[in-house]
Ligand binder design. Structure first.
Ligand code: DGL
Length: 267
């Protein structure tokens, strides 16, 4: 039994979709979430900057004595996973590999699939690289969808404008006959209903549940599972507390949390 918390981090609030899935799968675990709201978005930033930010967050989480770290942000997972693993004394789990595993399970005999993500994630080629490392013959179309994060954050996920933007990004994927689409960004699970309305034949791969499962396996393998029979605590930390935080929190996470704190990181 290990009561230490699991650290989850993201560029901002989007990673709360991953935190929700973890809290659902592992309700007994104590969870600490760090959202870098002062420096979001990461999706338009260079690899070098994303790595630097991620390593700074690692230091913060290690001070909180986390037993494992989940990089909920696709952009940070794409660029910084190797650097984080090199520096971290505790296991670090990214979101790209679970997303690819979920795709392989779902895609069966398909020849082509797609991933939609931020520009920085697509530029990194992380999904294609991870997929080809599995030896699978499936080919992957990677599509950057930079307008989707702001639309979700502005509460416009069910508006006409979002529909138009989705068509702009996804029509080509549809025309190519692709049916399996990985939602390669923290915000995109919230767009599932809108995408399903437009493309009911798409199979949307939401990696958040797969990440929670990967985490559960990793905890068990490292003998780090904790607190059987208890209700875990959830503490949220942000590098900035903005006016829209309560609305956003509601948008990304249905359940109540134990504390919210702004941290000054000396950046
Ligand atoms: N969390 C980011 C991701 O999953 C999306 C938001 C951002 O650009 O920082 O890639």
């Amino acid at each position: 039994m290990n009561e230490k918390p699991i650290g989850v981090f993201d560029s901002g609030l989007g990673g709360l979709t991953v935190l929700s899935a973890i809290a659902e799968q592992l309700p007994q675990e104590n969870l600490i979430y760090f959202g870098d709201t002062a420096r979001v978005p990461y999706g338009s930033k260079s690899a070098e900057t994303v790595i630097r930010y991620s390593l700074e967050i690692l230091d913060f989480l290690l001070l909180k004595e986390v037993k494992t770290i989940v990089v909920a942000c696709n952009t940070a997972s794409s660029h910084a996973l190797t650097a984080l693993r090199e520096k971290s004394p505790v296991p670090v789990i990214g979101v790209v590999e679970p997303g690819v595993q979920a795709l392989l399970r779902e895609a069966g005999t398909q020849e082509k699939a797609a991933v939609i993500a931020t520009r920085s994630t697509v530029r990194s080629g992380s999904y294609s690289r991870t997929l080809s490392a599995t030896g699978a013959s499936l080919s992957l179309v990677e599509r950057a969808c930079p307008l989707l994060v702001p639309l979700v954050e502005e509460g416009m996920k069910d508006k006409k404008v979002t529909e138009m933007v989705l068509r702009e990004y996804l029509d080509e994927i549809d025309r190519e006959g692709i049916r399996h689409v990985i939602l390669g960004c923290t915000h995109y699970p919230l767009l599932k209903p809108a995408i399903r309305r437009l493309y009911p034949h798409f199979e949307l791969i939401d990696s958040s549940r797969e990440i929670a499962r990967t985490l559960e396996e990793s905890l068990a393998a490292n003998q780090l599972s904790g607190n059987p029979g208890h209700q875990g605590k959830i503490d949220l930390y942000f590098s900035d507390i903005t006016d829209n935080l309560p609305d956003m929190e509601k948008l990304f996470m249905g359940r109540s949390i134990d504390s919210i704190e702004k941290v000054s990181m000396g950046w």
